[in-house]
Design a protein around this ligand. Structure first.
Ligand code: TXA
Ligand code: MG
Length: 341
């Protein structure tokens, strides 16, 4: 298949061409502020089936749908609680996905057979314009091949999807770098299903109590089912085994220095990159700058795919703010193999 590359800023004709790919049932790589998505018309079952095929994604893993503003919510969701509108007003467009009961019009193919649907309004002007012109919500999982780290540049999208999809829109590198936060509003109290670009603390300010799903912080036992089906897969896993070290940054760096084997790869905070001479080192960002760490975490994991390191050691931030999402992505890559110092 010929993949067409659109580079921002798009001309009027290019916006129409990109929207037409969606309207005609094609697949389009789209930029968002979190990660790139692999988009299709969310109301077109055949198009959604092709998303699963292009990604090699299990069919039971539901897709989230992207809308241009909260006025589209009632078209695709029902029994919408006031809290949903309060969250939309506070955080949309932005890195927040809400799980709500779905309207009939949303195909079960899109929701992996669930009676609920994940909805988000992404904070990227190019993608918002494409959705408006297409006139349908865009279903989009992260644009990576299943099992690889999520793409945070158009180049990553090209690596995974060139020749497999109709188009890729290059909207620049993603500003947030980890996927959206997912909150389930169909239960009381609302439940955090995936930590992401919007900190848990920000949700708590609007919602009060928020429950945190077990799959966010620990490995599930065999046969245990997380509420977000995608959380059961070992995502973002480099080929080499990963060990995550949490705790005070000075101590975790020292622990890694003491334990790493020759040739091992290291993901560490900027301040400690000089400690690991002779190793392949990826800078996660400054120890206190979690936004920077969120932008780097997938790149660091992805980079080791091209190497033959026998093992990877990673420093991990504390779980405040965006640290919960950064730590979750690192720990999932490690199969929750975590050492606390
Ligand atoms: O930032 C993001 O959310 C990106 C960009 C492209 O918007 N998208 C993304 O999609 O990360 P995906 O498919 O890679 O992750 C969505 C997660 C999956 O773990 C899926 O299982 C969960 O959301 N999910 C989707 N619909 C759900 C539902 N109705 N109930 C529970 N979990 C759901
Ligand atoms: Mg994904």
């Amino acid at each position: 298949m010929n993949t067409k590359l659109f580079t921002a800023p798009l001309s009027d004709a290019e916006y129409d061409a990109a929207a037409e790919i969606i309207r005609s049932g094609g697949l389009l790589g789209i930029p968002t502020e979190t990660v790139y998505g692999l988009g299709a018309d969310a109301l077109n079952e055949t198009a959604c089936r092709q998303i699963y095929e292009a990604k090699g994604r299990p069919q039971d893993n539901p897709l989230i749908i992207h809308i241009p503003d909260e006025s589209w919510l009632p078209r695709y969701c029902r029994d919408i609680p006031p809290a949903a509108y309060a969250l939309a007003r506070a955080f949309w467009p932005g890195p927040l996905t809400m799980i709500l009961p779905k309207q009939e019009i949303v195909p079960l193919r899109t929701t992996g057979g669930l009676p609920t649907v994940g909805v988000r309004c992404p904070n990227h002007p190019v993608t918002l314009e494409i959705i408006r012109r297409a006139g349908v919500p865009i279903a989009a999982p992260s644009g990576n091949t299943s099992g690889r780290p999520s793409p945070t540049t158009a180049g990553h999208m090209v690596e995974d999807m060139w020749g497999k999809i109709d188009g890729i829109v290059d909207g620049g590198p993603c500003g947030v770098g980890v996927e959206s936060t997912i909150i389930d509003l169909t239960c009381t109290p609302p439940r955090l299903l995936r930590p992401g670009g919007l900190p848990l603390e920000a949700l708590e300010e609007i919602l009060g109590e928020v429950a945190v799903d077990k799959a966010v912080v620990s490995k599930l036992a065999d046969g245990e089912r997380p509420k977000a089906p995608g959380m059961k897969y070992r995502h973002y896993a480099p080929k080499a085994p990963v060990t995550v070290v949490t705790g005070d940054p000075v101590q975790s760096a020292a622990y890694i220095q003491d334990h790493l084997t020759p040739g091992a790869g290291v993901i560490c905070f900027h301040e400690f990159t000089g400690l690991f001479d002779g190793h392949i080192v990826h800078d996660l960002g400054h120890a206190l700058d979690k936004a920077e760490q969120a932008r780097h975490v997938f790149d660091a994991l992805r980079a080791f795919d091209e190497t033959n390191v026998p093992e990877i050691w990673a420093q991990c931030p504390d779980s405040g703010g965006l640290g919960l999402a950064v730590g979750n992505r690192l720990k999932k890559a490690a199969g929750f193999h975590v050492i606390e110092v």
